[in-house]
Design a protein around this ligand. Sequence first.
Ligand code: AP5
Ligand code: MG
Length: 224
Amino acid sequence: MSSRGPRLVLIGKQGAGKGTQAVRVAESFGVMRLATGDLFRAAINEGTEIGIEAAAFINRGELVPDESVIDLVETHLVLEDRQKRGFVLDGFPRTQVQAEALDKFLGDFSLDVVVDLDVPTEIVLHRIAGRRVCEDCGANFHVDNPPKKNAFCDLCGGEVVQRADDTEDSVMRRLELYEIETLPVIQHYRRSGALGRVDGSQEADRVFSDLLDLVKSRFSARDH
Ligand code: AP5
Ligand code: MG
């Protein structure tokens, strides 16, 4: 049996399904999921210094400055030796500077696979417009597939609301920044040979099954 789980990055447009799939794949391999957007939203709810700084950027759809995000991720990855034991990164890296910092930080414990969760823009716009999230546990819903008790989470009973940065202006800015800042990250991993692609426009179970196949094939091909 393997002594560690995969070291995996999920990249995709806003609303591509990174959060939805990261939860499932992390659970399936028994590794930690680290979602930078979720960490910032928790810090905003708690009113911490990081949260106050991040809120100004997030609500406008701007990226939080690289140094803050890199610090946050490295702090979480060193806990319990996670950088060696495996992880799923959701929403990081999304700039070239972040990708280079992650490569340097991981050193010999390099990524097993970076998945480009590919979804056309018209589909992500529909998904984001209808997305609803649990304020307490972050679970994702959609107006087309709401929680059973309407505004309350199926998993924890928390209140299910629209995300503060899911406004039209913020979403358009996030998609613009994806093209400018994140497409070069995909090129970076294509050059390094770590990149794989999954068609994220399929229904969620099918996406998950394709994702698992890809991760297993890349992970089992390496020594660990
Ligand atoms: P973050 O929270 O990462 O937001 P995002 O990148 O905009 O991505 P989303 O969470 O909107 O989409 P998702 O791909 O997770 O889709 P989901 O699974 O929810 O970041 C927020 C902000 O934090 C950033 O804008 C930035 O300011 C800051 N930040 C975070 N990381 C940063 C970094 N590294 N550097 C700088 N700043 C950073 O799915 C969307 C909807 O679709 C849901 O309703 C879901 O139920 C539904 N859905 C999912 N899959 C399917 C499917 N296959 N079929 C149908 N519906 C589906
Ligand atoms: Mg997300």
